[in-house]
Design a binder for this molecule. Sequence first.
Ligand SMILES: [Fe+2]
Ligand SMILES: [Fe+2]
Length: 184
Amino acid sequence: MRATQQLKDEHEGIKIMLTIMEKISNDLGKGKNMNKDHYAKIIEFIKGFADKCHHGKEEDILFPAMANHGIPKEGGPIAVMLNEHQLGRIHIKSLSSAFEEFKCGNKLAINDIISSSMSYVELLRNHIEKENNILFMMADKVLNEMEQLKIFEAFEILEAEKIGIGKHEEYHHLLKELRSIYLT
Ligand SMILES: [Fe+2]
Ligand SMILES: [Fe+2]
C-alpha cells in the first residue's frame, strides 16, 4: 500500500471519531448526560491514535521524506501542518483537564469540554482536508513507488513502537462500537 493511502485511510477513522465528538457535544449542549467511560476512551483514541500514531507518522517519517525532495519544512505547507498539530495538542490538553474537572464533580467544566472539543473537531476536519487534497498530492508527486513502500514499512515500525502491536485493531473496535451507539 502507498504510505499516503495508509494515512488517508487513517483520516477516515479519525473523521468518524470527530463526528462522534460533535454528536456528544451537541447532546451535552442540550443537557443530556455524558457516558464518562466512553468519553475517556475517546480522549485516549485522540491522544494515542490520532496524535501519537498518525501525527507521529507524518512528523517523523513523511514530512522529513518530503523535505529530502526539496519541499521546505519551514514557511510552506509542511510548517502549516506542524503548527496545526501543535494547536490540536493544545485543544486536547484543555479538553483533558476540563474532563478531569468534570469527573471530580465540577459541572461547569462541561462548557469547556464542549468548546475545546468543538475547536478540535473544526481544526482537525480542515487539517485533514488540506492533507488529503494538497499535501499528500505533493508527496505523491515527489515520492516514487519504492520510497512510498519504504515509508509504509517505517510507519509499521513506528506504530509498533509508539502504541504497541494490536492497539490499532483495538482502536478500530472502539470506533465501531461508539459509531453504533452515537451515529445510528
Ligand atoms: Fe497532520
Ligand atoms: Fe493526517
